[in-house]
Design a protein around this ligand. Structure first.
Ligand code: 5GP
Length: 137
């Protein structure tokens, strides 16, 4: 854990209010304060760690199960069927709160949210080399 509790730890501890939608001993889910769409929800492990790969496997499983359980409930509440799950790690990825969180973002055709990602072509040899390095790491 970093030197001061994250804003999400303060939410877990009840120091900062939130709109809770799901809670278990290890996981909390609540509405994002600045939603990208109605129903935008954050699912977090209560234990404060910054990055997904800092979590224990059982914590990953619990948070992922909560995401999958909650998504259809959110979609039913806001009346749509599609959604993104987004999880940022580190400043370059856009992570602002250094406490693992999954965004569940309901989507609709023409909602204008879009993506800024720009796919790039890659030589097959480069892909093969990279896959071997990752698999062998
Ligand atoms: P990140 O950019 O780190 O992936 O996303 C952080 C998210 O946390 C943002 O969508 C932001 O709106 C949300 N957020 C930041 N502070 C609070 C807060 O105090 N309460 C709630 N409910 N959401 C917050």
């Amino acid at each position: 854990m970093s030197s001061s509790p994250s804003i999400f730890t303060r939410i877990v501890q009840g120091e900062i209010p939130c709109h809770r939608v799901l809670e278990s001993p290890a996981v909390l889910a609540f509405l994002d304060i600045n939603p990208l769409a109605p129903g935008h929800t954050l699912v977090i492990p209560k234990r404060e760690v910054a990055r997904l790969d800092d979590l224990r496997p059982e914590e990953v499983a619990e948070v992922a199960c909560a995401v999958a359980t909650l998504a259809p409930r959110i979609l039913a509440a806001v009346g749509t069927r599609d959604y993104n799950v987004l999880q940022n790690n580190g400043p370059a990825s856009g992570q602002e709160v250094p406490h693992v969180h999954f965004h569940i973002i309901p989507r609709r055709a023409g909602d204008g949210l879009g993506f800024r990602w720009k796919p790039q072509a890659s030589a097959p040899e480069a892909l093969a080399d990279l896959a071997a390095r990752i698999a062998g790491a």
